[in-house]
Ligand binder design. Structure first.
Ligand code: ADP
Ligand code: MG
Length: 698
């Protein structure tokens, strides 16, 4: 293998290459734009474009693309070649600043939720210089934001960048107020841990449910599941190890700092975690990682499944969004620090987060809602749909002591120290590990664990950034006119009052239990189980106010996103229901009939030989399968009727609810009967591989 430091980032237009290739003044201007978000002049853009093109062509690129993230949740790209024909019949390779900065894809077919009528199909892509360009398959990829002719965001990057700005502004303002004057900006950082399944390509190709929906809609459980916990962190099988090896190397070349890889709890399930990045870069890189995971899998005759619940009965896949805030001076604001003064700063940000999560827990739940993720949240898998915060014992004790005006004791020692009379002093505690909490403090960052494996991590971070920005902005309003000699006391009171008001959202126990569901209800926390339950919360007055106040979404953008999410849910269930119906009619019924036939033949054959030979086993089996077959026929008929009824309804919330119940519920009924029948049918009768075959034979 080539040396890692040499290949790392070799396909990225990174800072080193920029410094190398750009005239010094241009380099400085570009750095300023990247660091401070200042406007980039066209002459600078032109110079950068020339350098980028030179570097890209040297590295084998022939095309460039504005790479963006429309509301589909996937990325989009349209490739243009660098060639420009000359008069003498040759070509030169050209790329201008204008082409770098702005693109104009015909974008009429991307979801816009009614923002853009088809007659106004123009959409614009705008370069995001803070996320580095890279080369993939002979094309220079330029990360861009995507908006309509009239300036509305049509993508996930635009509001994400807006939310990062909002948080930076509010956090910096508070820091300055409490005397941390050298801070000029604050960025949010994200490290997304990505779970996935690897299955054999041939198995995949035989199952239309996997092909059309990304998950199995049928399938009796395998005799062995994940109950032995023997897959978790288990030794990598050679084929999987070879895959992970190539995946790492491919990601490293693209400057993606893939760090950890291991087998996960479910058979055939794995995880990859990178080192964290600035949020927008982390989001881009997670999108790219998911794409590369799928591409590399095919090279190894695997298919990589990113669906949240590819298989019933074993764990699904999620994404853990490790999140923190960091100053331009390099301080992690969620690090408790070593001195009481640092603790004050930490406690302000901690309580702002507690307030933010409590006030906007519905939006946090919404930010991870999808048909796929409904199988995890609020179903039998965790984290639960109830959004709560885990702080761990020590931090909870600190919070309690502030709330009750008691001294914070660490063992017997009173660790209140001089310098901050009212703020307890404590240091970082790394010991707590809670795996059931949706939002857990893990030493110097929060881990938002409710994300689905296939979705972009942009939306949850938009919500998190904005909600925290809002809490900080409220804090600023309270503190801004307090005279300096009263500031410490005012901060203490603010922290205390905030804790008293919002500590209902803190829960350190086991989030999987029924007791927690009851307790959460008593505390007045949301338990929004399904996507149609949660989506209307987007239009709630407080949430509209939140996003418009901080300039993240306009009301038009909120309405359009709401519509897109609803439509997406309905369409997903529609495709699943149609696929299930098809599989039952085209794959499953023929297999059942064939099996019943063989049982019948056996009965008749035996009887022909002698009436003394018992046929009761076959007859009983036939009876069971046959009666279940009848039941299945009725259930799938009902499903078919419900699909038709849904197709006759208008788009909207009612339709989404109808898809949830009866359509989705009807699918579960069909599946229950079919899986029971499958447990009788020999593998060879089924035209597609069983769970056992898919999960245990790689
Ligand atoms: P664990 O989840 O087992 O505690 P780590 O603490 O190593 O694992 O981190 C998991 C993920 O969190 C990694 O992607 C890591 O880069 C990321 N991470 C660590 N520190 C931060 C931070 N300050 N901001 C955002 N993500 C972080
Ligand atoms: Mg983790």
């Amino acid at each position: 293998m080539e040396k890692i430091p040499e290949i790392y980032g070799s396909l990225v237009f990174n800072d080193n290459i920029m410094r190398d290739k750009l005239p010094n003044d241009i380099y400085k201007a570009l750095r300023k734009t990247i660091k401070k978000g200042t406007h980039l002049e066209l002459d600078v853009a032109n110079a950068v474009a020339i350098a980028m093109k030179e570097w890209a062509v040297e590295n084998g690129a022939t095309h460039f693309t504005h790479w963006f993230q429309p509301m589909t949740g996937y990325t989009a790209e349209k490739h243009d070649s660098f060639i420009a024909p000359t008069d003498d019949g040759h070509v030169i390779m050209e790329f201008s600043g204008k082409e770098l900065v702005k693109g104009e894809p015909d974008a009429s077919s991307f979801p816009s939720g009614g923002i853009r009528a088809t007659f106004e199909a123009r959409g614009y892509t705008a370069w995001d210089p803070s996320s580095p360009a890279f080369i993939k398959d002979g094309t220079l990829y330029i990360p861009t934001a995507f908006c309509s002719y009239t300036g509305e965001a049509l993508d996930k990057k635009t509001p994400l960048l807006r939310s990062m700005d909002a948080l930076s502004k509010e956090a910096t303002q508070i820091l300055k107020l409490i005397g941390n004057t050298e801070v000029e900006s604050v960025v949010t950082t994200v490290g997304p841990e990505q779970e996935y399944f690897l299955i054999d390509k041939d198995d995949y190709a035989k199952r239309r449910d996997l092909i059309f929906t990304g998950r199995t809609l049928l399938g009796a459980p395998s005799p062995k599941g994940q109950e032995m916990d023997d897959h978790y962190f288990g030794a990598l099988r050679p084929r999987v190890a070879a895959y992970m090896h190539e995946l790492d190397e491919t990601l490293w070349k693209l400057g993606i700092p893939a760090k950890t890889k291991h087998n996960e709890v479910a058979p055939a399930q794995h995880e990859l975690a990178p080192v964290f990045d600035t949020t927008n870069v982390a989001v881009d890189r997670n999108q790219l990682t998911m794409e590369i995971m799928k591409e590399v899998a095919l090279k190894h005759d695997f298919v990589c499944l990113l669906h949240e619940k590819p298989f019933a009965g074993i764990n699904g896949s999620g994404k853990h969004n490790n999140w923190s805030m960091s100053t331009n001076t390099g301080v992690n604001l969620l690090d408790p620090g070593k001195t009481p003064a640092e603790n004050i700063q930490f406690l302000i940000f901690l309580t702002a987060i507690i307030k933010a999560v409590d006030e906007y827990s519905d939006m946090m739940r919404l930010s991870v809602a999808s048909a796929g993720n409904d199988h995890r949240l609020g179903a039998n898998e965790a984290p639960p749909a109830i959004i709560s915060i885990f702080l761990g014992d020590e931090l909870t004790a600190v919070i309690e002591s502030i709330k009750n005006d008691t001294f914070f004791k660490n063992g017997d020692k009173v660790v209140m120290e001089t310098g901050a009379a009212v703020i307890p002093h404590f240091t970082r505690d790394n010991t707590d590990r809670n795996r059931t909490s949706p939002f857990a403090f893990t030493g110097n960052k929060f881990e938002f664990r409710s994300l689905g494996s296939s979705a972009s991590v942009a939306t949850p971070n938009i919500v998190l950034n904005t909600a925290v920005a809002d809490a900080l902005s409220d804090f600023y309003e309270v503190l801004k006119d307090v005279p300096e000699d009263k500031l410490n006391e005012a901060i203490h009171t603010l922290i205390k009052e905030t804790i008293i008001k919002h500590d209902r959202v803190i829960f350190n126990g086991n989030g999987y239990t029924d007791e927690w569901v009851k307790e959460a209800e008593k505390r007045g926390l949301y338990n929004l189980k399904s996507t149609p339950d949660v989506l209307p919360r987007f239009l709630d007055e407080k949430n509209v106010k939140l996003f418009t106040k901080h300039g993240i979404f306009t009301e038009t953008e909120i309405n359009s996103r709401y519509e897109i999410l609803l439509e997406n849910y309905s369409k997903t269930i529609h495709i699943e229901a149609c696929t299930l119906k098809d599989m039952i009619y085209h794959d499953f019924f023929p297999a059942v009939v064939k099996y019943m036939d063989s049982l019948t033949k056996s009965v008749i054959g035996k009887k022909q030989i002698s009436s003394m030979i018992s046929t009761s086993a076959e007859e009983k089996m036939l009876e069971t399968v046959s009666s279940q077959y009848e039941a299945l026929y009725v259930a799938v008929g009902k499903l078919e009727e419900d699909i038709k009824a849904a197709e006759g309804m208008e788009e909207g919330l009612e339709l989404a609810k109808f898809y949830h119940d009866p359509v989705f519920k009807g699918m579960e009924k069909v599946r229950q009967i079919a899986d029971y029948i499958e447990s009788f049918i020999p593998d060879e009768f089924l035209p597609y591989p069983t769970y056992s075959k898919i999960l245990f034979y790689v």
